[in-house]
Design a binder for this molecule. Structure first.
Ligand SMILES: Nc1nc2c(ncn2[C@@H]2O[C@H](COP(=O)(O)OP(=O)(O)O)[C@@H](O)[C@H]2O)c(=O)[nH]1
Ligand SMILES: [Mg+2]
Length: 302
């Protein structure tokens, strides 16, 4: 447990810690005043929680302060920690209850899909699962190459499409072979797309349909990869993807870079999607199962 906590403490970006770190000086020795609430509001919004989520948190805190008759600002701090923690719930455990279990990763260009596929393959292979990577991002030759380099480095089997070929056909073939080879988990890398482009979203829907035709019940999971540094824009992307396909969870990449961390709360509050994994660096073992306790304690430095 100690090890996981320290991994979060060191892995989270300095900007997350700085954004929330201001809470400590705000909630010091003084008494709670109107200014305390205004400042707390500003801190949470600047930390990327978004206006709606921030308001919900403040309203709930104000109610507890009233009902408990709290006067000192310092006493607000544990309440805030509890409030933030309770917003995150507990991530569902992932059961690979069928074989092959097909996981599709979707998201805009540069969000971290290909890197996350490699990290997930590495993680699941370490638990003894037989993995198959699928490079179905056939729009860019470089994207296929990138996953191939990872596959080689991590010694994971991969099926790749030719650049320019139909991604649906690549997935179809890959699933046939995964079934024949009794693969446990298939990880499919898809082309990044602009959430604002209708035809690209339609193509993604087609990939999902073909996946279901190749294997009944597939994809068993569709995970949206969001770049934690893009703040509220990531929420807009998430809404568009959620409307197009059945997103079952989120991977929040790049929490180690300039992210301010508040996205974690906004995603769960405003989209109702669980965060399953977080990217805390670029190395294969830098994808951590999302740990709400470690996350809240790390940002508040408690
Ligand atoms: N620091 C850091 N960099 C990441 C993380 N995830 C992805 N990246 C980097 O972000 C860039 C884009 O990632 P990529 O997987 O190619 O995104 P894709 O276009 O969605 O497939 C690459 O330079 C990755 O190394 C992360 O969790 N932390
Ligand atoms: Mg990619």
């Amino acid at each position: 447990m100690v090890e996981i906590f320290s991994r979060w403490k060191t892995g989270l970006s300095r900007s997350s810690k700085a954004a929330f770190g201001r809470v400590a000086s705000l909630l010091g020795a003084s008494e709670i005043a109107a200014d305390t609430w205004n400042e707390l509001e500003a801190i949470l919004i600047q930390a990327d929680l978004g206006i709606h989520t921030t308001q919900t948190i403040l309203t709930s805190l104000q109610a507890s302060v009233r009902s408990k008759g709290i006067i000192k600002a310092a006493e607000l701090r544990p309440l805030l920690e509890l409030e933030l923690r309770s917003r995150l719930g507990n991530p569902p455990s992932i059961e690979f209850d069928t074989r092959p279990y097909v996981i599709l990763l979707v998201g805009v260009n540069g969000s971290g899909k290909t890197t996350s596929i490699a990290k997930l393959g590495y993680k699941f292979a370490a638990t003894g699962k037989k993995i198959q990577l699928v490079a179905a991002d056939t729009f860019r030759a470089a994207a296929v190459d990138q996953l191939q380099v990872w596959a080689e480095r991590l010694n994971l089997p991969i099926v790749s499409g030719q650049a320019g070929s139909d991604p649906g056909a690549v997935v179809y073939d890959a699933l046939q072979s995964a079934t024949a080879k009794q693969v446990d988990i298939v990880l499919v890398d898809t082309a990044g797309r602009l959430h604002t482009r209708f035809n690209l979203m339609e193509e993604l829907k087609k990939v999902v349909r073909v996946t279901g035709k190749a294997l009944d019940g597939a994809p068993h999971a569709t995970w949206l990869v969001l770049d934690a540094t893009t703040g509220q824009n990531a929420l807009l992307q998430a809404r568009a993807f959620k409307e197009a396909v059945n997103i079952t969870g989120v991977i929040l990449a790049k929490l180690d870079t300039s992210a301010k961390g508040g996205m974690v709360f906004a995603i769960q509050e405003e989209l109702g999607l669980p965060i399953l994994f977080a990217g805390l660096g670029e190395a294969p073992d830098d994808l951590q199962s999302f740990d709400p306790d470690a996350f809240v304690k790390s940002i508040l430095n408690t």
